[in-house]
Design a protein around this ligand. Structure first.
Ligand code: HEC
Ligand code: HEC
Length: 257
């Protein structure tokens, strides 16, 4: 047994596992839901691979990461990192390793998951407390190899694509890039593989200052600044647009493509 903290982890999450399995009865996993989405087929062609997704970001142990995933993360994030709506867990498969490491460290350091009403954040923070640096790197290295599950496409009937594309290009693209895959240089997240309910919740968390508002969270602060300006309708529109981006929309002006 390679993990120094595996016993501690096993004990600390047993209670939460019980909760996971208990509430896991009725809802279908996200992978099954997305298989019925007609747009999901097209998404294969979108893949411009993210920058900075060098597996592991260096120093991880993939075998250890795989084992830890199966022991700890699997129950909440799903076998393939696809996320579970009923547990409020994001689809983390394929996220860049550097970003996973950064977020796990933020949870651990108390920059994220500290607000008592942010129950999903508090839950995830509890998990990170038992993970040391080597384990974090190793599990990130494994999660980045899991398949991506693209953000749900919006209902085109109810969605003003032109307007949303314009707003994304002006307000988000500078940091999250034209393809919504983020940029290691800006520490900005890759957005188009995250599930819709998670994205909606995160933008609200930033707006409330439940995430990103800590004075030592320089990059989180940037998102708080963005989200403070957003109405509920804006948040819906941006998340709808991330679904369109995942389905292949391109927000760049024609001359820049
Ligand atoms: C008890 C359930 C549970 C377990 C076990 C769990 N997570 Fe989570 N995780 C969550 C929840 C809930 C969230 C959403 C937090 C939020 O809304 O801020 C989350 C969020 C995350 C995020 C943030 C994603 C992003 O885009 O910022 C990462 C990364 C993550 N988990 C990785 C892991 C890894 C790796 C493991 C295994 C070591 C793990 N989780 C184990 C419940 C869990
Ligand atoms: C000035 C740069 C900047 C701009 C502009 C910006 N973001 Fe971000 N965004 C970031 C950074 C940096 C992060 C990671 C912050 C953290 O660690 O919490 C982030 C994180 C996010 C997340 C959380 C993703 C996750 O994995 O949990 C969402 C959602 C998001 N941004 C959406 C948007 C949207 C929508 C816009 C446009 C309205 C936008 N951002 C504009 C820099 C930016």
């Amino acid at each position: 047994m390679k993990f120094r903290h595996s016993f501690l982890i096993a004990v600390s999450v047993t209670a939460i596992f019980a909760y996971c399995y208990a509430s896991d009865q009725e809802t279908k996993p996200l992978t099954e839901q997305s298989a019925t989405n007609p747009l999901s087929e097209r998404k294969e062609g979108v893949a411009v691979k993210h920058t900075g997704a060098v597996p592991g970001g260096g120093g991880g142990d993939l075998a250890m990461g795989k084992q830890l995933y199966a022991q700890v993360c699997f129950a909440c994030h799903g076998e393939h990192g696809e996320g579970k709506e009923e547990l409020n867990t994001p689809s983390i498969g394929g996220l860049p390793a550097w970003y996973i490491i950064e977020q796990l460290e933020k949870f651990k350091a108390g920059m994220r998951g500290m607000h008592p009403e942010d129950v999903p954040g508090v839950t995830m923070r509890a998990i990170t407390l038992g993970l040391d640096e080597q384990v974090v790197k190793s599990v990130a290295e494994y999660v980045t190899t899991l398949p991506e599950r693209f953000t749900e496409a919006p209902d085109v009937e109810k969605f003003d694509l032109e307007k949303a594309r314009y707003r994304y290009a002006n307000e988000c693209m500078e940091c999250h890039r034209y393809n919504g895959r983020g940029e290691i240089a800006f520490h900005s997240a890759s957005l188009i593989t995250l599930n819709r309910s998670y994205l909606l919740r995160q933008l609200k968390n930033y707006r409330e200052g439940w995430r990103g508002a800590d004075s030592s969270d320089m990059y989180g602060n940037k998102m708080v600044e963005q989200a403070r300006r957003m109405s509920d309708d804006d948040i819906e529109m941006f998340v709808d647009y991330l679904g369109a981006l995942a389905a292949g929309d391109d927000p760049r002006p024609a001359r820049e493509r």
